[in-house]
Design a protein around this ligand. Sequence first.
Ligand code: SF4
Length: 457
Amino acid sequence: MNREPRVGFVSLGCPKALVDSERILTQLRAEGYRIAPTYPEADLVVVNTCGFIDTAVAESLDAIGEALAENGKVIVTGCLGAKGNTVRDLHPSVLAVTGPHACQEVMAAIHAHLPRPHDPLLDLLPPQGVKLTPRHYAYLKIAEGCNHRCTFCIIPQLRGDLVSRPIGEVLREAENLVQAGVRELLIVSQDTSAYGVDLRYRTGFWNGRPLKTHLTPLAAALGELGAWVRLHYVYPYPHVDELIPLMAEGRVLPYLDVPLQHASPPVLKAMKRPVNADDALARIRRWREICPDLTLRSTFIVGFPGETEADFERLLEFLAAAELDRVGCFTYSPVEGAAANALPDPVPEEVKQERQARLMALQAKISAGRLRRRIGRIVQVLVDARDEETGTIARSSADAPEIDGVVYIEDGAALPVGEFAKARIVDADEHDLYARIDSGKAPKRKSSRSGGMRAKS
Ligand code: SF4
């Protein structure tokens, strides 16, 4: 072959899977491979799959089938790869199958079927690695796996127990990202607040400075880099309280994505979620006293086996009391291999759908009320995109990319994409805010978006 070998890449699944894809792509580029934009241009194709719920499994199997039909040489990685023979049973001609978080195994399979080029150093690699997100924000994975055993989830089976990355390594990656132009770091893992537990919070080093492998010092150090730091999948352990003053001081974004899943004690017990809704409510109230600008996001599952109307109403009461800013709601669907499949009293599908609709209707009113309180304020925004139809689209501290609302800026045509700006909020609907950089009248509303939903943890 007298041109560089070319690899096509299909990346499916959650932000944790996206980070795995970015690692493999970075390694490919470091070794001198090219990334092919289409199937026919690729010498082989890697498909990073998701295996979380049935629709994700079907999507992943379809993507593998398409890559086989269009290209023929396919390596499969990701969560679906860890699920027994699912991939090989349907697609026996794939070249190799690995589980998630398996960059080295994927590279070994690629080397076996598409030898690496002779002089990889000729290819210049950006210091932040290859990213699939826009240049101005990036996901930063701080740990892999999970020590919980929630009965609806098979992540621990797929990814194993918690393994935290060394704090110095995480901070060096964050520094590289910020130096490369990243303005917002999105901190992800299966259970972000458990960071360091497996390492017994041992002391690591960053630029010669000793730091405990623990979420609080990590968040504080990330806050020194000059980028927005947004925390996702923060299970409400008591030490999460330590993060709130950092938010009140503006060192990390006043935003917490806290996966609660339910509020009724019997359902939480059946889910094996060791959270108590009354404690969570008390904690939320305390957090808001310390940091009134705090935006809280959570996800919930309705129609879990055994959920009664009374359990569901308990959840609605919790939502009314907690007044969360952003909420995603899933109807329960059994995942192959999950312990919850053996639970009695399944909830009929139409009841699940009806409960989901009731929950989202209540939350829409709560969200609209929370957003209305921001009208008149001048806020810092990060400009994401400019679109002919919708104008300039930005996000405030309250809006995580892809899952939350946005800030439409009608007179923002001159604002550079990927940079911070200040804007005055002039209107709000259930999901989005409307702003101007001058202080003029309210612009027209653009759309009615559905509430963002992101899976589990
Ligand atoms: S839902 Fe989240 S916390 Fe529970 S087992 Fe799965 S990954 Fe762990």
